[in-house]
Design a protein around this ligand. Structure first.
Ligand SMILES: C[S@@+](CC[C@H](N)C(=O)[O-])C[C@H]1O[C@@H](n2cnc3c(N)ncnc32)[C@H](O)[C@@H]1O
Length: 253
């Protein structure tokens, strides 16, 4: 990952285009960023992105629209977004999209727990399309509000309007039962154990990707078989902010 960080630093935002000033969601199509495309090409070169579907969606959803002003959108590192939260690094977004892509076909349902900036929820929405559902759950109201503004500037904006993409203020440890069950569940913060509610809300044949652990963490891939039993494997070691209560998160140093 050090190599990637170095490579991506070449694409960080010193000469970034005018995403933050793109006030209308209609502007997204006219400002496809070359730097975003270059970031995707690097992720392909290092085989983090393997599928054309993931490359396509990461080209379509410009990361610059989701990072705070002044941050380097294409640098391969997590970045602070306030409230003791971060936007995950591009290689983590790409890896999670790769792990979930077969469960993000048009018409499928996806849940993004700890949706933060809304970046992955927007990617999920593009992949499942208007006939599917992409649901983000985030417990910091200010992040929900800013994620909706981010998405409005992106290619996923029409799906906010037609209701196939929604973001909710809630404790993600409970999932979002109203629209369960889900073909794909992504959890963007590390849980001490896999929450039972999320296992229950996974559809038979569905897949969940969730970081689990405290001082040491593993990205776990949970597959639910048709008979309802689950298999769990470790994909890689990771470092995420905790999936916790809102108060505990806001009080953390
Ligand atoms: C790594 S950050 C954001 C990840 C997001 N995928 C992104 O790249 O923008 C993890 C997010 O999980 C949220 N979070 C932590 N615990 C939560 C909980 N119990 N319910 C809902 N959201 C939670 C945090 O507020 C934070 O926004």
């Amino acid at each position: 990952m050090e190599v990637l960080r170095y490579i991506f630093s070449c694409f960080s935002s010193s000469k970034s285009s005018s995403a933050s000033s793109a006030g209308s969601h209609l502007l997204w199509s006219s400002r496809v960023s070359d730097e975003n495309k270059a970031m995707v090409e690097q992720l392909q070169k290092y085989a983090i992105i393997k599928s054309s579907k993931v490359a396509e969606v990461m080209e379509t959803i410009d990361r610059e629209l989701f990072v705070p002003p002044g941050a380097s959108p294409y640098y391969d590192s997590p970045m602070p977004i306030g409230y003791n939260a971060t936007i995950s690094a591009p290689h983590m977004h790409a890896s999670c999209l790769e792990l979930l892509q077969k469960h993000l076909q048009p018409g499928m349902r996806a849940l993004d727990v700890g949706s933060g900036t809304g970046y992955l929820t927007a990617c999920f929405a593009i992949m499942v399309g208007p006939e599917g559902r992409a649901v983000g759950v985030e417990h910091i109201p200010e992040l929900v509000a800013s994620s909706i503004e981010n998405i409005k500037k992106s290619a996923a904006a029409p799906q906010l309007s037609d209701g196939s993409l929604s973001i909710h203020i809630a404790d993600g440890r409970e999932g979002w039962p109203e629209l369960a069950t889900y073909d794909a569940i992504h959890v963007g913060a590390a849980a001490p154990q896999i929450p039972q509610a999320l296992i229950e809300q996974l559809k038979p044949g569905g897949r969940m990707v969730i970081p689990v652990g405290t001082s040491s963490q593993a990205l776990k891939v949970v597959d639910k078989r048709q008979d309802g039993s689950v298999s769990i494997r470790d994909e890689t070691a990771v470092r995420y902010v905790p999936l916790t209560s809102k108060d505990a998160q806001l009080q953390a140093n």
